[in-house]
Write a protein that binds this ligand. Structure first.
Ligand SMILES: [Zn+2]
Length: 131
């Protein structure tokens, strides 16, 4: 492996060890829809978008590594850490969205008022409508 690529991979390793500060990222998914009815379709759409963003970021990292291999763009080294952090953020947001999907799948909506109720509930906890 050539020296520049090896150096770059060492930086990637270091960045991976120091990253992991993804606090508040969950809010990226949950916060955007907070206070409103969130449905599974919207969440799945969000997961799809986040995955597409992650694929783009992975491609960017690959380009930086390959440019380093060619001996181009020495400044590219500094891009790796932030790119990895952005991927970590998106993976965390995907995890949060999946968690919400799992919660919603255990629920049903009241046909009268739209409140989220347990799947096995006989009456709406908000308006009392019978299911
Ligand atoms: Zn209701």
């Amino acid at each position: 492996m050539d020296e520049r690529v090896k150096e770059l991979l060492d930086r990637v390793r270091d960045a991976a060890l120091t990253a992991g500060q993804v606090a508040g990222v969950t809010a990226r998914c949950a916060g955007k829809y907070a206070g409103q009815m969130v449905d599974v379709a919207k969440l799945n759409m969000k997961i799809f978008d986040l995955r597409a963003e992650t694929a783009g970021l992975l491609r960017d990292i690959g380009q930086v590594v390959y440019d380093a291999h060619l001996g181009r763009d020495a400044a590219g080294d500094d891009q790796i850490g932030p790119l990895l952090e952005q991927i970590d953020e998106r993976n965390e947001a995907i995890r949060a969205c999946k968690e919400q999907v799992a919660v919603l799948k255990k629920c049903k909506r009241c046909p009268a008022c739209g409140a989220v109720c347990g799947r096995d509930d006989k009456f709406c906890k908000d308006c009392g409508a019978a299911f």
